[in-house]
Design a protein around this ligand. Structure first.
Ligand code: NAP
Length: 198
């Protein structure tokens, strides 16, 4: 398969890239890439990345951020960071990727445990993760040409967080197990799924 991984140097993205490149032709994109630079907050940047690449079987996004602040510290502008990056970055990616992928292509987004479990200072992330879950449920019904849309919702990744310390009420998860879910989605016919691992 020809697969694009966005955010491919991050904690999650680099492990997805390393696992997939063993058996697939994988393109590694992120903002500071020399070969495939992309900023998901900018629609033109996403489009020009797809213009550079051959027809793809799949795109996986593991990029996107939001503000880490308590409710009392969050200003309206702080919410827009996550709305522009993790939320609309991924929504715009779907809008653009659906026209560039091959028939039956796969789009996989990344959300996280915070969509449904509380962690201090993570209100703005909870907001965008929940919105993406609703978007995936609905938008997956309206994709043509057999294009599939799913999201992986991991807990905190062990290594980034201490293994024995709970995050949002759950212990961290091993990155190898998280990567297996991204790989599995490529081989199924599932769409509209929120694949939770925590
Ligand atoms: N790490 C965790 O424990 C964890 C758990 C659950 C969910 N998540 C979610 O998973 C996603 C990835 O997290 P991570 O910890 O792997 O992130 P990370 O280590 O900070 O890596 C982010 C990756 O995305 C790229 N990137 C950042 N902003 C970008 C943008 N606007 N456009 C394109 N690429 C961009 C970065 O490279 P450049 O700087 O070169 O762009 C890097 O490759 C996030 O949405 C996060 O909320 C993470």
């Amino acid at each position: 398969m020809k697969i694009l991984v966005i955010g491919a140097t991050g904690t999650i993205g680099k492990e997805i890239y390393n696992a997939l490149k063993k058996n697939h032709e994988v393109y590694r994109a992120h903002r500071n890439s020399d070969t495939y630079p992309v900023d998901i907050t900018n629609k033109n940047s996403i489009k020009s990345l797809f213009e550079k690449l051959p027809k793809l079987d799949a795109v996986i996004n593991a990029a996107g951020t939001a503000s880490w602040k308590s409710l009392s510290d969050l200003k309206e502008e702080d919410y827009y960071l996550g709305i522009k990056s993790k939320l609309m970055g991924q929504v715009n990616l779907v809008h653009i990727a659906k026209d560039y992928l091959k028939e039956n292509g796969s789009i996989t987004l990344t959300t996280g445990i915070l969509a449904e479990h509380y962690e201090p200072n993570a209100v703005a992330l909870s907001l965008v993760n929940g919105a993406i879950h609703s978007f995936v449920h609905a938008a997956s019904n309206e994709l043509n040409r057999g294009i599939r849309l799913n999201t992986v919702a991991p807990g905190a990744i062990a290594g980034d967080f201490p293994k024995d310390q709970k995050f949002a009420g759950y212990l961290p998860v091993e990155i190898e197990d998280v990567v297996k879910i991204y790989e599995h989605i490529l081989t199924t016919k599932n769409t509209g799924q929120i694949l939770k691992i925590y």
